[in-house]
Design a protein around this ligand. Structure first.
Ligand SMILES: *Cc1c(COP(=O)(O)O)cnc(C)c1O
Length: 381
């Protein structure tokens, strides 16, 4: 028996799509640019160990994570891979980060000194990346004040200044602002005047929307940091890229089919009232699985390749959909439902689902909860 028959809700991850997307990114950025694969938040909900394992075979150069725990998760899959911690480190994390050779992101001299002290204590040299704030307004040294600290960090004996980077807040919809950021970043790198082997800025939107425009800066950038696009999704606002294939499908099953008479209401709060007799399907997924409550009366699901509107409130464990159409006359418990992904000729994308829920695909994907088993298809190597 197919083991997913026993699942009422599950995520299907395609290793083939992941490999395809990585190949396309490689093609897009060229052979000399390193790919830093962003696998934070459980690899955008796909499962960190499985995705990291597949990417180690797939030719990425560096891993990007948000937390020390995630870094250790990548370490556990394969030793020796460079891992960049994209978040700042807590003082209490410094010892472990140094012990496991996790590259920290340095946004303050205090942080740099803590890592210097600990690296000296462990008698090693730790590679670090310095972050420059050129307009994101989050981590990093403000660009106008970055040159001196960078020179001081470069002089610390137990740190090796391996990389320098910045981040785009609006690469998908403001290429002009992003290019100004690139200029500011360039000025910092030039001003610091120290050799820093790796220089990077591009997230997915940067790769798709800014990268080409910044070519005139020649060899300034030699690393890209794709997250979303590696999982086959183009950031909302950018034109479609047919070569990218979504890696994640979010699936569920019909658990009950019933008729309701005109005038009867559906689910909590009685926000949907049938205007005529209807047939409804109860689906075995709800916000407890990460199917957002904001999809109440807004979302659509695919059953037999056709779209069925969500009726009433999404509940913790169940969602109700309209299956009044004649093609569903013999619909029965056990039939597959696509919440995100392809079914027949139609496909619900994470971008579409996120828009219905008033959010973004990053949040929609990372909201799928631990209760939902992840199933992998295709070869990981
Ligand atoms: C998450 C993250 C990325 C990846 O962003 P996508 O939009 O998913 O490609 C890149 N860089 C940094 C610093 C990040 O935090």
């Amino acid at each position: 028996m197919n083991p997913t028959e026993l699942y009422r809700t599950w995520v299907e991850v395609s290793f083939d799509a992941l490999r395809n997307n990585l190949a396309w990114i490689r093609h897009r950025v060229g052979p000399r640019v390193k790919i830093l694969a962003v696998v934070k938040a459980d690899a955008y909900g796909h499962g960190l160990p499985q995705i990291a394992g597949a990417l180690m075979h797939g030719g990425v150069d560096i891993f990007g994570v948000a937390t020390l725990n995630e870094a250790l998760g990548v370490r556990a899959v394969g030793a020796g891979w460079p891992i960049l911690l994209l978040g700042s480190s807590l003082p209490a994390e410094v010892e472990t980060a140094v012990r496991h050779n996790v590259m920290p992101t340095i946004s303050s001299l205090d942080e740099a000194r803590r890592f210097q002290r600990e690296a000296a204590r462990q008698q090693k040299t730790l590679a670090v990346h310095v972050k420059v704030d050129t307009g994101m307004g989050r981590l990093g040294f403000w660009h106008e004040e970055a040159v001196k600290p960078i020179q001081r960090i470069a002089a610390l004996p137990n740190l090796r200044l391996q990389g320098i980077y910045t981040h785009f807040p609006s690469a998908e919809d403001d290429a002009a602002f992003s290019l100004e950021q690139v200029e500011k970043f360039h000025a910092v790198v030039r001003g610091a005047g120290v050799r820093i082997p790796l220089r990077h800025a591009d997230n997915s939107a940067g790769v798709l929307n800014v990268h080409a425009g910044s070519r005139r800066l020649g060899s300034l950038f030699n690393v890209v940091r794709p997250g979303l696009m590696m999982y086959g999704i183009v950031p909302p606002g950018l034109p479609p890229v047919p070569q990218l294939q979504p890696t994640l499908s979010f699936k569920s099953r019909v658990i009950l089919v019933k008729r309701i008479a005109a005038g009867r209401s559906v689910s909590y709060g009685r926000t949907f009232v049938a205007q005529q007799p209807m047939r409804v399907a109860i689906i075995g997924a709800g916000y407890g699985d990460g199917y957002s409550r904001d999809l109440s009366n807004r979302g659509e699901v695919l059953i037999r390749g056709h779209r069925c509107p969500v009726l009433g409130r999404v509940t913790m464990d169940q969602t109700i959909a309209d299956v009044s159409d004649a093609r569903f006359r013999d619909l029965a418990p056990g039939e597959e439902v696509a919440l995100v992904g392809r079914q027949g000729r139609d496909c619900i994308t994470a971008v579409e689902l996120a828009a219905w829920a008033g959010t973004i695909p990053w949040e929609a994907m990372t909201s799928i909860t631990k209760r939902v088993p992840r199933v992998y298809t295709g070869a990981a190597t």
